[in-house]
Design a protein around this ligand. Structure first.
Ligand code: MEV
Length: 395
């Protein structure tokens, strides 16, 4: 067990195309976002495990002794054991949650307990730790905040337990793990995501682990090697929703109307492939017409997502407001509220962007311009992070 303080960060994500369809084996194109989650892990010797999540006002302390007792029910089950229903019940009790608890925030505690117990189970005694997780990402908005949380936890715990090596070299300010270690971090993060979301496709944790831009299909991913410099406007409608419930809703619509819904998923798949093709072309030989295609693809996908039942009046409003300014938008992530993305073509007049942002803000939405393709999970020296992060983590 390492005795040093670890500071890890992982990015959120935006899905360009393929949300929901990816759960049914279709292609998704996802990109890492310049908004990150940070985790500070301090080894302790006070016999306690403390998890502090200041964004959501949760702080829990457990005795290592009582967790050790619970640990006996986590036998060696292969490399990355998926939590059983019985284990989840025990963890919910330990986290002090009701049996029927489904809120992501409370399930974050359960995901932590599961990753802590399952990853640290090979240590002779469970370690005493103090962990603070703070995020720039709004929770439950479709930007992969829970995946970034699970990735940070997996990376920090695996490193602390020396299951993967600490990538921070002497005097370096930031380090990245080897490909093999990233695969291990991603596998554990996926199990954390499963605790929170039930049966996720795995795209969110993959983008948060590797960063950049990914094409993802059924657990297989490939990085889009070169990405045109796309600028997007990200808008948070602030309408809360549950990814788990929305994914379940699409599944039941597919079961109820297979002949109607399956072609929609196939069409979304084709949209993702066409977008990938155009993005590739834009790098090789950029012409303005390519942006028109990207806009058309966004419009079509937004209609499909509405037909799948994951739209929301707030997202319709977002699309109408941006359309009134000549811009094209779609929801991103699970939908049902949450966030939307708007493509900002190069050369767009500044006044138009500002007017759009103003109109969206006056609907009560939060919006910000961002570029895409941030780096994946990283280890930082504690001296290297900026003041707001230091303050939030109590550094
Ligand atoms: C959530 O960010 C994306 C969904 O496709 C769910 C998933 O892939 O697990 C809605």
């Amino acid at each position: 067990m390492l005795s040093e303080v670890l500071l890890v960060s992982a990015p959120g994500k935006v899905i360009l195309h393929g949300e929901h369809a990816v759960v049914h084996g279709k292609v998704a194109l996802a990109v890492a976002l310049n908004l990150r989650t940070f985790l500070l892990l301090r080894p302790q010797s006070n016999g306690k495990v403390c998890l502090n999540l200041p964004n959501i006002g949760i702080k829990q302390v457990w005795d290592v002794g009582s967790l050790q007792l619970l640990d006996t029910s986590f036998p060696e089950q292969g490399d990355v054991p998926a939590p059983t229903l019985e284990q989840l019940e025990k963890l919910k009790k330990m986290a002090d949650l009701p049996r029927d608890c489904v809120g992501n925030e409370s399930l974050s505690l359960v995901a932590f307990l599961y990753l802590y117990l399952a990853i640290c189970r090979k240590q002779r005694t469970l370690p005493s730790l103090d962990i603070v997780v703070w995020s720039e990402l709004p929770p439950g908005a479709g930007l992969g905040s829970s995946a970034a949380y699970s990735v940070c936890l997996a990376a920090a715990l695996l490193t602390a337990c020396e299951e993967v090596s600490n990538p921070l070299k002497d005097k370096g300010s930031v380090g990245r793990w080897t490909e093999e270690d990233l695969k291990s971090i991603n596998k554990w993060a996926y199990e954390g995501e499963r605790v929170i979301h039930g049966n996720p496709s795995g795209v969110d944790n993959a983008v948060s682990t590797w960063g950049g831009a990914l094409r993802y299909q059924q657990g297989k991913m490939s990085s889009l090697k070169r990405l045109p410099a796309l600028q997007i406007l990200l808008t948070n409608t602030k309408v809360p929703r549950s990814t788990k419930a929305l994914v379940a809703g699409v599944r039941s619509r597919l079961v109820k109307f297979p002949e109607i819904v399956a072609p929609l998923l196939t069409s979304i798949d084709a949209i993702s492939l066409e977008c990938e093709r155009v993005l590739g072309e834009m790098v090789a030989a950029p012409v303005p017409e390519q942006y028109l295609i990207l806009e058309e693809l966004m419009d079509m996908n937004q209609h499909h997502l509405n037909a799948l039942g994951v739209g929301h009046a707030s997202l319709d409003q977002l699309c109408q407001v941006t359309a009134a300014h000549g811009l094209h938008s779609k929801l991103t992530g699970a939908g049902g509220g949450g966030c939307g993305i708007t493509l900002l073509k190069p050369g767009l007049e500044r006044a138009k962007v500002e007017a759009t942002k103003q109109a969206l803000t006056s609907c009560g939405f939060d919006c910000w311009e961002t570029s895409i393709g941030a780096s994946g999970v990283s280890m930082h020296s504690t001296a290297s992070v900026e003041d707001p992060v230091r303050q939030a983590l109590g550094l």
